[in-house]
Design a protein around this ligand. Structure first.
Ligand code: UT7
Length: 328
């Protein structure tokens, strides 16, 4: 077995900004309500000619640059997304082609907002077992294509973006490595966050289009309870399984979902606010892209440095939830 580390991170967001004030003109809501209930001020929206692979490509280029690698050095590309360019072929194949990663295999991973954390776990397993040396893990979404902008329960929350991490074999004797992974799911909660139409269960038809079944729907209150509980459990489990105390953690990078959920968890697990990285006010919830986007910003701002102990925490549709514990 080898050790695996994160060699570089990347992030890309589209230029177009959709503010709370813009949303006030579309649905019955207010800037004040959205900020108070979610913490979100604005989100990014992909241009008409941009798809998920285009956003992922830009994040991938930054991550490769930070890792000091070329596209040809990649052995695998894992794209975590719930909004791929197409369901067949995999979105990762578009990225592989755009990037010119001629030596890489490419596949998508579907675990909704937990997708990047699942992707890091799968990618690091490929590196640790010696199957591959360099694996690119992407979380990228164009959620704006799957949001009903007449539904105020969802349209205020979600945005577009992409994040990336290059996983590489760790140097012998170095401390930088992925320390622990923990993944869970509960298929009893499939109805809580769902795009019901277009799959084998409800194939696309005039009825599915008329019924708006191709849009993301969510039972917000139930998801809120699940999110709070799962995030608390994840942090407590990471601490317990690794013989840590809260003080040992330098930074927690949570799925950027709702500042009220995060505030509640902070109080329950007694973590000081400055140990949590938040950028949801600028991007909203970008599903699988949210953790890697936040991680990259934390790295670039110097909040993650050599030796830092970082916990990535996510939860989402499925239901799914999980963490990665990383020594930087
Ligand atoms: O990554 C996927 C994970 N997703 C999540 O984690 C989302 C978790 N859930 C949430 O973040 C929150 O449940 C929401 C932000 C979606 C909703 O906030 P809430 O505090 O749970 O509101 P609520 O659904 O209990 O609704 C309270 C009131 C209702 O009005 P009445 O019935 O009290 O008159 C809603 O109709 O707020 C109303 N409401 C709104 N008002 C203004 C719901 N959405 C809006 C809105 N603007 N956008």
């Amino acid at each position: 077995m080898y050790e695996c580390r994160i060699a570089g991170t990347g992030r890309y967001v589209p230029e177009k900004v959709l503010t709370n004030t813009d949303l006030e003109k579309i649905v019955e809501t207010s800037d004040e309500w959205i900020i108070k209930r979610t913490g979100i001020r604005e989100r990014r929206i992909a241009a008409e000619d941009q798809s998920t692979s285009d956003l992922a490509l830009e994040a991938a280029r930054v991550a490769l640059d930070r890792a000091g690698l070329a596209a040809e050095d990649l052995d695998a590309i894992i794209l975590a997304t719930l909004t791929p360019d197409t369901y067949c072929p995999a979105g990762a194949c578009y990225v592989q082609n755009l990037l010119g990663a001629t030596n890489a295999c490419a596949f998508d991973l579907s675990a909704a907002c937990t997708g990047f954390v699942y992707g890091i776990t799968v990618g690091s397993s490929l590196v640790r077992t010696g199957v591959h040396k360099n694996v690119l893990v992407l979380g990228a979404e164009t959620l704006s294509r799957f949001i009903d902008y007449t539904d105020r329960n969802t349209c205020i929350l979600f945005g577009d973006g992409a994040g990336a991490a290059v996983l590489s074999r760790a140097e012998e004797g170095g401390d930088s490595r992925l320390l622990d992974h923990y993944l869970r799911s509960d298929g009893g909660g499939t109805d809580l966050i769902i795009m019901p139409g277009g799959g084998a269960r409800r194939p696309s038809s005039h009825d599915t289009v008329d019924g708006k079944l191709h849009f993301l729907s969510m039972q917000g209150n139930d998801v809120f309870k699940f999110a709070t509980k799962s995030m608390q459990t994840l942090i407590e489990t990471a601490i317990e399984r690794n013989g840590l105390s809260v003080d040992d953690l330098d930074l927690v990078v949570p799925h950027q979902v709702n500042s009220r959920i995060i505030d509640t968890v902070l109080r329950k697990v007694d973590i000081p606010e400055e140990k949590i990285y938040l950028n949801l006010q600028r991007y909203g919830n970008t599903s699988a892209a949210s953790v890697p986007m936040a991680l990259h910003e934390a790295v670039e701002e110097g909040r993650v440095q050599a030796g830092s102990l970082v916990l990535l925490v996510a939860f989402g549709a499925g239901l799914t939830w999980g963490y990665n514990l990383v020594r930087w």
